[in-house]
Ligand binder design. Structure first.
Ligand SMILES: Nc1nc2c(ncn2[C@@H]2O[C@H](COP(=O)(O)OP(=O)(O)OP(=O)(O)O)[C@@H](O)[C@H]2O)c(=O)[nH]1
Ligand SMILES: [Mg+2]
Length: 191
């Protein structure tokens, strides 16, 4: 069974929610799950046309991911998050690893989010916590990959988050190419 086949099995008939603070990469992941590429986001930024390519799509994956699965990251959207979260079987919670490491206010936001998820009920859900933007963190270039990931996972705020929501996994990486996004997702799903 290949990677996409495995995803099909994992996602078939399951409701997916993608949550996280502003700019964490929710829409990027949403696009990736929908189209199999992050090119769209990249090319949107660069203002160039998108070559149509044959890709796995959410239909092939059996994803019950639809308009509304990707909600904005402002915390005034908590009511929308709650609706999405409550019916989801699979939750991707994204955060910016560099921000989590360096910004107190951002850490406060992560703590508030994890308390909300806990309050809404984490039982029976698979919650994958994904740190993004590793490529923009200067610390990442000074450390071997595994050391950097351990450093982020060992942050008090991330450890607390993990246990509060009983996360299935916590991984750290970057969504800058299809390959790096694939790797991140595979790491999260343990495949
Ligand atoms: N360098 C880098 N850029 C990333 C990464 N992940 C996402 N981005 C970029 O960060 C920006 C924000 O990503 P989005 O996917 O729009 O973030 P979002 O969580 O949907 O943000 P809101 O909808 O505002 O809450 C985009 O320009 C992405 O291309 C990453 O791992 N590394
Ligand atoms: Mg978005």
């Amino acid at each position: 069974m290949n990677w996409w086949d495995g995803l099909v099995v994992l996602f078939t008939g399951k409701h997916v929610a993608i949550l996280g603070p502003r700019m964490a990469g929710k829409t990027t992941l949403y696009d990736f799950l929908e189209t199999g590429t992050v090119d769209r986001a990249t090319q949107r930024k660069q203002n160039v046309g998108v070559e149509p390519r044959k890709r796995a799509r959410r239909k092939d994956l059996g994803l019950s991911i639809r308009k509304g699965a990707d909600v904005p990251g402002k915390d005034t959207y908590y009511p929308d998050w709650q609706k999405l979260f409550v019916r989801a079987h699979i939750v991707f919670y994204l955060f910016d690893a560099h921000m989590a490491r360096t910004d107190d206010e951002y850490r406060g936001r992560l703590t508030r989010d994890s308390r909300k998820l806990r309050e809404w009920g984490v039982d029976g859900k698979s919650i994958y916590v994904i740190g993004t933007h590793k490529d923009t963190d200067p610390l990442a270039s000074q450390r071997p990959d595994a050391d950097y990931a351990d450093h982020i996972l060992d942050l008090d705020v991330i450890e607390a988050f993990r246990s509060r929501v009983r996360a299935a996994s916590v991984v750290v990486g970057a969504m800058i190419t299809d390959e790096s996004t694939n790797e991140l997702l595979r790491g999260a799903l343990g495949r």
